[in-house]
Ligand binder design. Structure first.
Ligand code: FEO
Length: 395
């Protein structure tokens, strides 16, 4: 897509990945963008590149604005290859000796990705770079999303180039929050739940730090998705809320099933939760992607996991989800397990152990039913739902 001037002299470079549907295990039903920016000042500056496959498009788009050889400075806010994959060819084109600004960790990490001996200019938190009419300030934002991550703030333009922070995997012709409206928030929430959740405590501190600095922000430009210009505080406030992980009166019942017995248990639980006024979701792991389940987990107070016993263990899709959720370290959750079995019945116990390791508040040892549940045996599932409803906040 053509580059677009988003503020006088500042261009978005137009790389849209319409077709990506799996982003390292995260479902991206609406594709994504790899946002990079060109600042036309006395020192022409490129902020970030794109995934390697999009380098031709990126270079072509730059050439629509200026001869790439005229770029003076390159800034790498984050090493992950969706933003740095294009660096080798971009640096080759514009000049291998051009200064490359990044955090100290950025220099280390880029060096471990690329053998080139580029002219690294590591910057400190709060360090400044004059481009002529403009000055940029660098803010270290470790673990948002990697140890090398930083934000770049354009002082005079009041734009925060926030790398992965405040991003969304969303490909569209719209560029700004006011063009998409509230429909963008589920994408931002999914991004937070699946990419940033495990760093939630750091994000809270970061937001506090930026608030204390009192930086006026007219626009937040992440490296994925749309830019926040109508009300940047909306996404900042959402990050504060998501990071706090205050549990809602909401439960997610996640399961897989072999002969519909565990499914029948899940249905009994969800119906009973509904009767208790709990906002509940029933999610079958072969119909719901793990990243969609995780998005629902973000603000749920209870996570109830059902697995049949297969070969004395947990059903594979359930193990997959448990591994994924464990890595994202959700906080403040009530947990419980359930599942049908034939003769040994380990799954519910093993799931409970996993949830204990995740520091969930286990309020029941787990409901296990042999073979096919009848209406009477499903009462145990209804009782579990009642316990969970009683333990959730009232709201
Ligand atoms: Fe969009 Fe952590 O990379």
């Amino acid at each position: 897509m053509k580059p677009m001037e988003i503020k006088e002299g500042i261009y978005w470079l137009g790389v849209i990945d319409w077709n990506v549907r799996d982003f390292h295990g995260y479902s991206t039903y609406q594709g994504t963008t790899y946002n990079s920016f060109l600042i036309m000042d006395e020192k022409i500056t490129l902020i970030d590149t794109a995934k390697k496959e999009f380098t031709d498009e990126l270079l072509y788009n730059i050439s629509q604005i200026v001869d790439p050889k005229k770029i003076d400075y390159v800034i790498s806010n984050h090493t992950e290859m969706d933003h740095s994959g294009g660096l080798p060819r971009v640096m080759h084109k514009i000049g291998e000796d051009k200064p490359l600004y990044c955090s100290k960790m950025g220099q280390k990490n880029l060096s471990k990705h690329f053998p080139q001996k580029w002219n690294y200019q590591p910057v400190e938190n709060g360090g400044e770079l004059s481009l002529g009419k403009r000055t940029l300030t660098f803010l270290e934002t470790r673990m948002v999303h990697w140890p090398d991550s930083m934000f770049t703030y354009a002082n005079e333009d009041r734009i925060l180039f926030s790398s992965d922070g405040f991003g969304q995997h969303y490909a569209g012709l719209e560029r700004f929050d006011d063009q998409v409206g509230d429909a963008i928030m589920p994408h931002a929430k999914k991004y937070f739940a699946n990419i940033l959740l495990l760093y939630a405590p750091l994000i809270l501190k970061l937001v506090e730090k930026v608030t204390e600095m009192g930086l006026p922000i007219d626009m937040i430009c992440p490296d994925h998705g749309i830019f926040w210009r109508k009300d940047p505080s909306k996404i900042i406030n959402a990050y504060v809320e998501w990071s706090a992980q205050k549990p809602k009166r909401k439960a997610v019942v996640v399961y897989d099933t072999m002969w519909h017995s565990t499914e029948a248990m899940g249905e009994a639980i969800i119906n009973a939760l509904g009767e208790e006024g709990v906002d509940a979701r029933l999610m079958h792991l072969r119909n719901c992607h793990r990243s969609d389940v995780m998005t629902e987990v973000l603000d749920a107070g209870a996570i109830i996991i059902g697995s049949p016993t297969l070969n004395n263990g947990i059903f594979p899709t359930v193990s997959d989800f448990l591994t994924y959720m464990k890595g994202l370290k959700p906080l403040n959750k009530i947990g419980a397990a359930f599942g049908s079995f034939g003769w040994s019945g380990e799954a519910a116990k093993l799931v409970t152990k996993e949830l204990e390791q995740m520091k969930f508040d286990i309020i029941d040892p787990g409901v296990r039913i042999q073979y096919v549940p009848d209406d009477k045996s499903l009462d145990a599932c209804r009782e579990l739902a009642k316990k969970i409803a009683d333990a959730l906040p009232a709201e």
